[in-house]
Design a protein around this ligand. Structure first.
Ligand SMILES: [Zn+2]
Ligand SMILES: [Zn+2]
Length: 273
């Protein structure tokens, strides 16, 4: 928890409202206050892929209650309530049904599965080439960006985690190999006001790089992308809010002097400096 600058907003923090995370929202809120963060964007997994570990676990009422407890203990930290919908191009209707009647500050869309392959795991790459799967990953991300009612695209490039786990080289540079496909993805995002998340969880893993990579982030900016969020993908100890300051540096190096949080569905800028 050292080296966390003040005034950043971590827009990707999982609470015990996700079955793969271990810290209560209230606990995270007081930790964020202690760390001097400006704000915290909670997300709960909303999954429907038949093979996903988190499928069926989302409880809108339970999440409301834990967010309420966090709001009491949150001190000066701005608390934002979001969801992370897996494969929203396939499951948006069911996700919205599960969320019905409740207000969320933001909706994050995430692609974990390409067909029946979980690209976060080594097995996801068995019997195929990385190029084939990464191309499909970009195409499906574009479908999400073109069709799903989301505010933020999460951890673009997280397939590197699966590649690294499979012991394969992670240097594959999608910015160089598929500039046209990335262009279509980012055009769709810019057109529909969808923010690109810079996710710092990869910095603590074997691949040691943000999702997306600095090269992809630069492509997004060159094409006119300005909406970026910062998120640690915290799931528990020992990596609470990990890599945020490094992430802010990566954004600054790519030319971004501000990042955004979302409140009641609207992007709000804050300075990174
Ligand atoms: Zn995710
Ligand atoms: Zn997540």
């Amino acid at each position: 928890m050292t080296g966390i600058p003040g005034r950043l907003v971590d827009m990707h923090v999982h609470t015990t409202d996700s079955p793969d995370a271990e810290l209560e929202a209230a606990e995270l809120a007081s930790r964020a206050a202690g760390a001097g963060l400006r704000g915290l964007g909670f997300v709960a997994h909303v999954d429907f892929h038949p093979s996903d570990f988190c499928t069926g676990a989302f409880s809108a009422g339970g999440y409301d209650a834990s967010f309420g407890r966090a709001a009491i203990s949150g001190q000066e930290v701005m608390l934002l309530k979001g969801v992370e919908i897996g494969e929203p191009h396939l499951f948006m209707g069911r996700a919205e049904e599960a969320m019905a009647g409740r207000r969320y500050d933001f909706v994050t869309g995430a692609l974990h599965w390409v067909g029946d392959r979980l690209l976060l795991d080594a097995e996801g790459f068995a019997g195929s080439t990385p190029e084939e799967l990464v191309e499909r990953y970009i195409l499906e991300s574009t479908e999400i960006a073109s069709t799903s009612r989301i505010d933020i695209l999460a951890h673009f490039g997280i397939w590197r985690r699966g590649l690294a786990r499979a012991g394969m080289p992670v240097a594959l540079d999608e910015a160089a190999i598929w500039p046209g496909l990335l262009g279509r993805l980012f055009e769709a995002m810019i057109d529909r006001g969808i923010a690109l998340e810079l996710n710092t969880a990869g910095l603590r893993r074997r691949e040691a790089v943000t999702y997306p990579t600095p090269a992809v982030l630069s492509t997004y900016r060159r094409l006119g992308g300005r909406l970026v969020t910062l998120g640690s993908d915290t799931h528990g100890e020992p990596h609470v809010f990990f890599g945020l300051s490094r992430g802010a540096e990566v954004l600054a190096a790519a030319g971004f002097d501000r990042a955004f949080f979302f409140r009641e569905g609207e992007p709000v800028p804050y300075p990174l400096g």
